[in-house]
Write a protein that binds this ligand. Structure first.
Ligand code: NOJ
Length: 741
């Protein structure tokens, strides 16, 4: 009875709020609501908790009742990791029906590369250089996540990283900020769609702001020590691109910049994000990143951590409790200005209005939609398409690939050859191993009825077993070809999974050598979350595919490529080193004063070439492409003019193929040291055998601008070199001039 009365009272309250609000603009509605709120309720809107403790259930009893109660008191504004319409509805009812003001919760989740239908890891997707497909993958992730009651994803991660020791490179778009910016936009478009209030779109988050990809030695959660120049040149543009695309939220990084943790960094937040860029959306902390300021010794206690974070312009406290516990008292003590809390609350409420949650807090909750959309066949088809587009052909001696579907005996060998679990990679959302098509299954489904396909594990991911090894060797000897699936443990990629050595694990290295020694031709399929330094394999194994962790349709997509139903078109977005010691290694390094040469005192390693194993932008096809000489519309422009650079690309091989035509520019003399080249454009084209197509790029001073000696972003008159080609190393170049007049 009591509950019913409370529910009725709450319903009347919210009905009044909504009705009253109907004739007002969203800003008016926010102000009306804000005026109703107590200081505690305001702090509550800035408080975010994770998990099922807020619903009820069986985790940590003490937390359950406590957090559950806080939601019912209106002291929680958003939650993460509460999934599925049933649980989301339950939690939403607490907020809407049992709190004084009935303000709905936002439900957030790390939807990184799919919700239940799992797409390739983001780094793999970036290798497709296919912005439309990447946008579509994010769209489908949003459709499934929103069908499970979610309104907000903590993606895309737009951190640039040049360090594959860092496990989180799997979550990003590689080492280049130009490509990273294009991909950031595509993902934001995909998640958010055209109208955030629709039931099938979700708010996106540009994370982690900023420079997290620079953690020293690639060790996760380590400090960052870079210049402002490096910050602007390498890290900020993908964030700005996401913002230009309308991204609704940002997330603080764990790391400090210039000694101040990102969550309270007034330069990053107040000056750049809120000031210069005018971002008025929500800035959420990373997990406990406010509280962690006490651990790193920048805040004396939790209260000071709260004060510093709010002061800088952060809005939501994920999981450190410092806002909800201390903000009201900080205001009463005169240490925090309530107006500043109001600003943060406004941003949160506005997001709730824009998501349509005040119109209907249950609009994302529809069990029927959830049932029909999760793992829908068309989503799996798109995941397969995206996965085939993400596979990079690194080596193909004597055109060993594609394989004939009528080969008599095929051996699939390796710890990942028939594995479902690892294919979903890290950050696998609600992806289930049971949904995954393994490599073995994909191959079996592809080959002729007369082909024998057998499997031997050969080794564990990190452990050798002589019995398993002998069986694999026996199988290899009896087979016409071996498909060798090696790589990483998905749980040793991603967050908190840094490596000091990015070669294959010794057990797998031994397996590769033993199988190679049988003399049976080997196709190596790497399954990885980061570039792997496979120097020995690159020299000795005739065909190598970089297969990443490809998600639900991994096996089918790999079989499509192995047997030629899809002609590989992906290209590396991170340089592959020969050895771990070359890291950081990236294509757009700055020129040095003593470039590598034969003489002793030049910039080089004494135990390895400087060059990578495979460069940025590299990837083979089953066909070949030729490039005509570059035609420039003019070899000199001034600051208001543009020039176009055109090549004709011809498919000189025997089958349909796609090519990523890449444009790079080098500024030959600058007021500061400039990179040897920088990606400035690309176009992915499909050509039938024998077909040609012109590809043109237009270059303006915007493409030539950089952070000059005084850090102003502009072009400088002088000579430039323009390159077009099929990778950052396979290029032809022509010069042109930018004149001051
Ligand atoms: C910590 C990670 O750094 C961040 O990317 C993620 O969104 C949060 N945890 C929430 O899961």
């Amino acid at each position: 009875m009591r509950n019913t009365l409370i529910a009725i009272a709450a319903f009347i309250t919210i009905a009044i709020v909504i009705q009253f609000n109907n004739s007002q603009t969203i800003d008016d509605k926010v102000e009306t609501l804000l005026a109703e709120m107590t200081l505690e309720e305001k702090a509550g809107q800035l408080n975010q908790y994770s998990g099922y403790e807020i619903i009820t259930g069986d985790i940590d009893e003490s937390k359950i009742s406590q957090r559950n109660l806080l939601v019912k008191k209106g002291l929680v504004g958003s939650v993460l990791n509460v999934l599925g319409t049933k649980d989301v509805e339950k939690a939403q009812r607490y907020a809407v029906e049992e709190t004084r003001l009935g303000i709905p919760l936002i439900f957030a989740f790390d939807v990184i590369h799919g919700y239940r239908t799992i797409f390739p890891i983001p780094l793999a997707e970036s290798a497709s250089w296919d912005l439309e497909a990447i946008e579509n993958a994010a769209r489908i992730a949003a459709i499934e996540a929103s069908a499970a009651g979610q309104n907000w994803t903590f993606a895309p991660m737009v951190d640039i990283s040049q360090d594959p020791r860092w496990g989180r490179v799997m979550e990003g778009a590689g080492e280049d900020s130009y490509l990273g910016s294009q991909i950031a936009k595509a993902r934001v478009r995909g998640f958010q769609g055209d109208d955030l209030s629709q039931f099938n779109t979700i708010a996106a988050t540009a994370k982690h702001f900023a420079a997290y990809g620079e953690v020293i030695a690639g060790r996760d959660y380590n400090n960052v020590d870079i210049s402002r120049r490096k910050l602007w040149e390498t890290h900020l543009s993908p964030f700005k691109a996401a913002l230009d695309e309308g991204v609704r939220s940002f997330m603080n990084a764990f790391n400090e910049f210039e000694g101040v943790p990102s969550s309270a960094n007034t330069y990053l937040i107040t000056d750049v994000l809120r000031g210069q860029w005018g971002f008025d959306g929500v800035l959420v902390s990373d997990w406990d990143s406010f509280g962690a300021m006490v651990t790193s010794g920048v805040a004396a206690d939790d209260a000071e951590a709260a004060e510093m974070s709010l002061e800088a312009g952060s809005d939501i406290d994920m999981e450190s409790d410092v806002f909800v516990n201390f903000l009201p008292q900080l205001v009463r003590d005169g240490r925090v200005d309530e107006a500043q809390i109001d600003e943060a609350v406004r941003r949160v409420l506005r997001l709730k209005y824009d998501l349509g949650l005040f119109d209907n807090p249950y609009k994302y909750i529809d069990a029927e939609r959830e049932k029909n959309l999760i793992l829908a066949p068309e989503h799996r088809a798109a995941a397969r398409d995206m996965a085939s587009k993400s596979i990079i052909l690194l080596k193909n001696d004597n055109q060993l690939l594609p394989l004939d579907k009528t080969i008599k005996n095929i051996a699939v060998i390796g710890p990942l050859g028939d594995n479902q679990y690892h294919m979903n990679g890290f950050w696998r959302g609600k992806g289930q191993a049971e949904d995954v098509v393994t490599l073995l299954e994909g191959i079996k489904a592809k080959v002729s009825a007369n082909t024998n396909v057998s499997y031997a594990e050969g080794s564990g991911l990190e452990s050798l077993d002589s019995d398993k090894l002998s069986k694999a060797i026996e199988l290899a000897k009896k087979s016409d070809v071996v498909i060798l699936a090696v790589g990483e443990d998905a749980d040793k990629t991603g967050e908190s999974s840094s490596r000091t050595n990015i070669e294959l694990y010794p057990a797998q290295q031994q397996l590769v050598k033993a199988i190679h020694q049988t003399g049976t031709p080997v196709v190596m399929v790497l399954m990885n979350g980061r570039p792997l330094a496979i120097e020995w394999s690159a020299e000795n194994i005739p065909a190598v595919l970089n297969g990443w962790f490809l998600g639900s349709e991994a096996g089918n997509a790999l079989a499509d490529v192995l047997f030629g139903d899809y002609n590989p078109s992906a290209k590396l977005t991170m340089t592959v080193p020969r050895k771990t010691g070359q890291i950081p290694i990236y294509y757009n390094a700055k020129r040095v004063s003593r470039p590598m040469g034969d003489a002793r005192y030049t910039s080089k390693f004494i135990d390895s070439p400087n060059s990578p194993l495979y460069p940025f932008g590299y990837g083979l096809s089953y066909t070949e492409f030729s490039y005509s000489p570059i035609k420039l519309s003019t070899d000199s422009i001034n600051f208001t003019e543009t020039l176009s650079a055109t090549v004709t690309v011809t498919n000189t091989g025997k089958r349909l193929g796609e090519e990523v035509v890449q444009l790079y520019i080098q500024d030959l003399v600058g007021s500061v040291v400039r990179p040897v080249k920088e990606l400035k454009g690309f176009e992915k084209i499909a050509l039938e055998a024998g077909q040609s197509q012109e590809v043109s790029f237009t270059i303006s001073t915007d493409d030539l601008a950089f952070y000059t000696r005084d850090m102003s972003f502009k072009a400088e008159a002088g000579k430039f070199k323009l390159f077009i080609g099929s990778s950052s190393e396979d290029l032809q170049g022509v010069n042109f001039t930018l004149t001051a007049d």
